[in-house]
Design a protein around this ligand. Structure first.
Ligand code: SAM
Length: 279
């Protein structure tokens, strides 16, 4: 039971445009216009958005650096009966953006949480990528440092579902290089750029080709989402897990030792393991 009695306030989680103001939904406008308070990642940016609706609002900053402190304050206002709208700079709050702590606290306090769904770069990229969509994983931003990033990618190399990644423009080239190393140059992918904006573009190509083209015919300007096909060789969860264990051990040990330990951990025959990790 998460919904509260009517005397309490409400927390609206409001999706806002990721570039095209035409995606600012009537419901999102109404929620922002009617809220007593707007909790925004960047108050200046949100005031710009609010200038497009007839509402003079109290906007407070809610971002990753003050999230824990703000949760208490916002909860007090919600329990006092106020309506709070949570927005991020663009797109859907909580999706690689702050907010889950506030939503968790609201549920725990019996406050009604109302999603106002709207744009998100994740689904905008995925629905236009042309890669399988029946199952997919959203990995957000990869770790910035090379070591942790390689480790994350090695655990993803056998992932059979389509993978959606965010990346900052200046890191696109090195991320593509790391993806080629981890997944191979032939893995199909789509780079989506400037979604919903004037220069919206999709570049479907194998990872190796994308790595060569960025900065050449693919301009390194604007915002990007990377959609990567899953590994079609990864047949069973057991095999995927064995491959993952092997790849983690292989980063530290000689191949023979890594293979022997993987066989011991998983109980798989060494011959079968050898065939699996060779592919
Ligand atoms: N919460 C947002 C959402 O639901 O779309 C995502 C916020 S995350 C901090 C920002 C990242 O989303 C960018 O670095 C980029 O990878 C992606 N992104 C946001 N807007 C985009 C757009 N218009 N075109 C392409 N990528 C976008």
């Amino acid at each position: 039971m998460t919904n509260a009695a009517a005397v309490r306030g409400k927390l609206y989680v409001v999706g806002t445009p990721i570039g095209n103001l035409g995606d600012f939904s009537p419901r999102a406008r109404d929620a922002l216009a009617s809220a007593d308070l707007i909790a925004a990642e960047d108050t200046r940016r949100t005031r710009g958005l609010l200038s497009t609706i007839p509402a003079e609002k109290h906007v407070i900053a809610y971002h990753e650096h003050n999230e824990e402190q703000r949760v208490g304050e916002l909860l007090n206002r919600l329990t006092a009966g106020e309506t709070v709208a949570l927005v991020s700079d663009a797109g859907t709050p909580l999706i690689s953006d702050p907010g889950w702590r506030l939503v968790r606290a609201a549920h725990a306090a019996g406050i009604e949480v109302v999603p106002i769904p709207g744009p998100s770069a994740v689904l905008a990229a995925l629905c236009a990528a042309g890669l399988p969509t029946d199952r997919f994983v959203f990995e957000g931003f990869l770790p910035r440092k090379a070591g942790p990033r390689a480790e994350r990618l090695s655990t993803l190399a056998a992932e059979p579902r389509t993978i959606v990644l965010f990346e900052a423009v200046h890191r696109i080239p090195e991320t593509l290089t790391a993806l080629v190393e981890a997944f191979g140059a032939a893995r199909p992918a789509v780079l989506a750029r400037e979604l919903t904006k004037l220069h919206e573009s999709f570049y479907p190509a194998p990872l190796g080709e994308l790595a060569k083209r960025v900065g050449a015919d693919i301009p390194l300007l604007g915002e990007f989402v990377l959609v990567v096909a899953g590994n079609s060789d990864a047949q069973s969860p057991d095999e995927a897990r064995a491959r993952q264990i092997f790849e983690l051990l292989r980063a530290e040990l000689e191949p023979d030792k890594a293979l022997r330990l993987t066989a011991e951990i998983t109980g798989m025959p060494r011959n079968a393991l050898y065939r699996l990790v060779r592919t």
